[in-house]
Design a protein around this ligand. Structure first.
Ligand SMILES: Cc1cc2nc3c(=O)[nH]c(=O)nc-3n(C[C@H](O)[C@H](O)[C@H](O)COP(=O)(O)OP(=O)(O)OC[C@H]3O[C@@H](n4cnc5c(N)ncnc54)[C@H](O)[C@@H]3O)c2cc1C
Length: 340
């Protein structure tokens, strides 16, 4: 690759890097995206855009629930602009705790229907994560550099990125490298923020057999429809970067899928793994950290749900617009500020 230059370079093409790139492209910026193109957390994800049941699972308070609801509300327009298909598959919680779940969600302002052991959340939807990632990438019109960034350095006009395929120069640099360690050459304070991100490994299974026509969640996991067959998820192993499946966890998840679907556990399940990045308050790092450097990192188990919100916040930071809704809660410097 010959050395290239662009207005803004994003390192990392998971859902956050691509959501930011899509937002900035739509605003007329010339973008480059650097990524080696391996399987990542975004490509293995179940693609649930689920503010209600994620609020339930995380014991969210009203403010957190409102943030997740706001993020989900950005999806229809984002999907429309980006040529993505939102699947309005019904989403249910099943279990003897259904009544309590319905009460919690109603108290948080979600619209739910409860019937015996089943709660249906009307605003929770899905996307085919792998297809959406491919569509986002091909629809960008950005220069895509299929390489790994080795290091970055400040240049007179912005930032220089050394990749395994050559050099990229840009006025502004966005780091969207998932749960990876900080790249060499970043300022010390930014390195410190990135290296405090906790990796959380997760495994998810894919079956050829169709186990469900809707998203069904409950204690211990979920089963969802997929393009061909179903998905069974997922584990959360804090502090781990292991992407190989664990036989004990596989057996546990297969049992959960059988319980939630009411069918026998499938004989063949293909397991995949991904590593989510998380901050100590569970919200991403999105926005400027100074010197033309911006972060789009650590959305924990809600990278798909939060992608368009992170895209909007980072783009506003690049354009130096006033902060929009929820930008302060995602400020990447919030842990470095007094009291943070
Ligand atoms: C099993 C599982 C199920 C999930 N289900 C859901 C769900 O239903 N709904 C939901 O909202 N979220 C879900 N998530 C969470 C979601 O997948 C993550 O929050 C999200 O994918 C994180 O996106 P990201 O862009 O930050 O990171 P990633 O997807 O990991 O992308 C980071 C990218 O950076 C690149 N990169 C790293 N270092 C470099 C470098 N030096 N040079 C160039 N590129 C680099 C990597 O190659 C990678 O492509 C799930 C996660 C898992 C693991």
């Amino acid at each position: 690759m010959a050395d290239i230059s662009c207005d803004i370079v994003v390192i990392g093409a998971g859902v956050l890097g691509l959501s930011v790139a899509a937002e900035l492209t739509a605003r007329g910026h010339a973008m480059c995206v650097v990524d080696p193109g391996r399987q990542n957390a975004s490509s293995v994800a179940a693609g649930m855009i689920a503010p209600a049941f994620e609020s339930q699972l995380d014991g969210a308070d009203a403010a957190r629930a409102a943030l997740l609801r706001h993020a989900a509300g950005l999806w229809p327009a984002f999907a429309g602009r980006s040529g993505l298909v939102l699947e309005r598959t019904p989403a249910e919680w099943r279990g003897s705790d259904a009544k309590a779940v319905a009460e919690t969600l109603t108290g948080l302002g979600f619209s739910v229907q409860a019937d015996g052991d089943v709660v249906r959340a009307e605003g929770d939807v899905r996307i085919d994560a792998e297809a959406a990632l491919a569509r986002l990438r091909s629809g960008l019109g950005a220069a895509f550099v299929g390489a790994e960034a080795r290091s970055v350095e400040r240049a007179p006009e912005g930032w220089r990125v050394e990749t395994t395929a050559g050099r990229v120069e840009a006025r502004q640099l966005i780091i969207a490298t998932g749960a990876a360690a900080a790249l060499a050459g970043l300022p010390e304070a930014v390195t410190d923020i990135i290296n405090r991100i906790e990796p959380i490994a997760g495994q998810i299974g894919r079956t050829e057999a169709s186990l469900t026509d809707r998203v069904v969640r409950g204690v211990g996991g979920y089963v969802t429809p997929a393009r061909a067959g179903s998905l069974i998820g997922a584990t959360m192993v804090r502090g781990s970067r292991e992407t190989a499946s664990d036989p004990a966890a596989s057996a546990r998840l297969a049992e959960v899928a059988a319980r939630l679907s009411g069918l026998a556990a499938p004989e063949t399940i293909e397991w995949r793994g991904g590593v989510r990045g998380a901050t100590s308050d569970g919200l991403p790092l999105a926005g400027p950290v100074g010197d033309g450097l911006h972060l789009a990192l650590a959305p924990r188990r809600n990278g798909w749900l939060l992608g368009p919100l992170v895209g909007r916040i980072v783009a506003d930071g690049i354009e130096r617009r006033p902060r929009g809704a929820h930008a302060a809660a995602l400020d990447p410097l919030r842990f470095s500020l007094p009291g943070g």
